[in-house]
Design a protein around this ligand. Structure first.
Ligand code: FES
Length: 174
């Protein structure tokens, strides 16, 4: 258990998800760690990928678990996570709403689409709804400019999106 600042106790991520923790521990135990730090560092991306695929993101405790096993400092791990955009240390929603804000989409009113999604979900870009259902992300050109403005929810692409269609799109995932 870890204590919060107001005196209450909360379960750590590792305690909350024992099965996921066990899966990661087994994976980490399968890595042959030696005194060769360069070699150990070579395993870092692979381990972070695995950890993110298990937990969905890389909370601090998970980073620490990886670091402890590979004998790599937390600051080095954080450096890797912030360098590669596919790693995230924030929880992501079940459904990822990607709104293209590239030039073609911007010209066709992507800002109004962003505003409508923010309004409907009650979150800002880069955030996840409290129920963990949706994350809102802004992207630069997904290569479907002729369909601008474009929104992609998970793998499904929506073209020529208008603000009034936003609610309908979200309803498909509720
Ligand atoms: S700018 Fe949006 S798809 Fe290209």
């Amino acid at each position: 258990m870890s204590s919060c600042t107001t005196g209450c106790t909360t379960k750590s991520i590792l305690e909350q998800f024992p099965d996921k923790t066990r899966e990661l521990r087994e994976f980490l135990d399968s890595i042959v760690v030696t005194g060769d730090m360069d070699k150990n560092r070579g395993y870092l991306i692979k381990c972070l990928h695995k950890a993110q695929s298990i937990f969905g993101y890389l909370p601090l405790e998970v980073q620490q678990m990886v670091g402890k096993r590979l004998r790599i400092q937390q600051s080095d791990i954080y450096g890797v996570i912030s360098f590669y955009s596919f790693f995230t240390d924030k929880p992501v929603g079940k459904h990822i709403v990607n709104i293209c804000t590239g030039t073609a989409c911007f010209v066709k009113g992507a800002d109004k689409i962003v505003a409508e999604f923010k309004d409907q979900l009650g979150i800002s870009v880069g955030e996840t709804t409290p129920d963990g259902m949706f994350s809102l992300v802004s992207l630069r050109c997904i290569g479907a400019c002729s369909l601008a403005p474009v929104v992609m929810v998970n793998d499904k692409v929506y073209g020529k999106v208008e603000p009034k269609k936003v609610k309908q799109i979200l309803n498909e995932y509720k």
